[in-house]
Design a protein around this ligand. Structure first.
Ligand SMILES: Nc1nc(=O)c2c([nH]1)NC[C@@H]1CN(c3ccc(C(=O)N[C@@H](CCC(=O)O)C(=O)O)cc3)C=[N+]21
Length: 291
């Protein structure tokens, strides 16, 4: 068993970006500037957004955090997005999800200018990704591709089982892994809550991407020896021995599965940090393309 160390790979990506930004700065060119919108004060969202702002600081990007109370009305949010769309200093805009129920998240995402859509959630970005054209790729699946690349994992011809069909992870992941470049060129099976023979399918997987949000769902009996395991789960479970009162659990029962696998991502320290690194790459790309 070997660890796919997302913290390490993310650091390497951020270090490279930092050099690129420093060079742009020396040449008098514009520095990347990310705007993050956070609605309400959900604990997990606070953590993730704080991590994004910190990554900007580490890498020499500018960042602006726009905060709203959870009772904000949709129109005000749409107006803020319009302001950011029209602000030439802002290169990338992200609206942290989930949004409160009274706000139509799709409407909000669709309001972001596609050339600032560093989350890659806009239909224009999704369409390009499906066609295999250059675009912003959603940060989590993009981060996973970067992690596989960092460790020079050969995915060609492998059977990848993606568990979960969300628009932000499972679906884009299945498209990227089946794509015609490296990493990619996989045969992909996408599984979800209505899949009847999940265990049998998982046992065929050379690669398993677990992105369903159920802690320790993937157990050793579901995994083929030597498989590559990508754990996207980050559920907070109560832990009174921790200062925070919780700890993170992945969608994979790590200890038992790790014994059977070739490569596996830990939680924390796997896909999470790569998600942030991928967002930074998208923001840098937006800055280059828009200036
Ligand atoms: N518009 C939008 N874009 C997103 O990219 C987005 C989002 N909304 N909503 C929620 C999910 C989740 N997400 C994570 C980011 C970093 C970690 C991360 O850094 N995790 C650390 C641990 C952090 C902790 O201690 O909780 C780790 O796994 O090692 C995890 C999850 C981005 N998301």
């Amino acid at each position: 068993m070997q660890i796919l160390d997302g913290k390490l790979a993310a650091q390497a990506i951020k270090d490279a970006l930092k050099l690129d930004v420093a060079q742009r700065s020396n040449e008098g060119k514009k520095i990347p500037h990310l705007a993050a919108i956070l609605v309400g004060n959900n604990g997990a969202s606070e953590t993730y957004v704080a991590a994004k702002v910190k990554a900007c600081e580490e890498t020499g990007f500018k960042s602006t955090l726009v905060r709203f109370n959870s009772d904000i009305d949709e129109l005000t949010l749409l107006e803020e997005i319009d302001n950011l769309n029209n602000d030439p200093d802002i290169d990338g805009i992200l609206v942290q999800l989930p949004l409160p129920k009274h706000i139509d998240a799709k409407k909000v995402i669709d309001a972001i200018s596609p050339n600032k859509d560093v989350d890659g959630f806009h239909p224009a970005s999704v369409g390009k990704m499906v066609e295999g054209l250059p675009t912003f790729i959603p940060a989590t699946p993009y981060g996973i591709m970067l992690l596989l690349k960092h460790y020079k994992i050969d995915t060609k011809g492998k059977h990848a089982i993606v568990i979960g069909r969300s628009n932000i992870v499972g679906r884009p992941m299945s498209i990227l892994l089946s794509g015609n470049s490296n990493p990619g060129n996989c045969t992909v099976t996408i599984c979800h809550s209505h899949t009847t023979n999940l265990k049998e399918l998982c046992l065929q997987g050379d690669i398993i991407v677990a992105a369903l949000g159920i802690p320790e769902f993937v157990t050793a009996d579901m995994v083929k020896p030597g498989a590559i395991i990508i754990d996207v789960g980050i559920t907070r479970v109560e832990d009174s021995t921790r200062k925070s009162g919780f700890r993170l659990k992945g969608d994979v029962a790590f200890d038992q599965v790790a014994e059977k696998t070739d490569w596996i991502t830990p939680v924390p320290g796997g896909v999470g940090p790569m998600t942030i690194a991928a967002l930074m790459k998208n923001t840098y790309q937006a800055c280059i393309e828009n200036n």
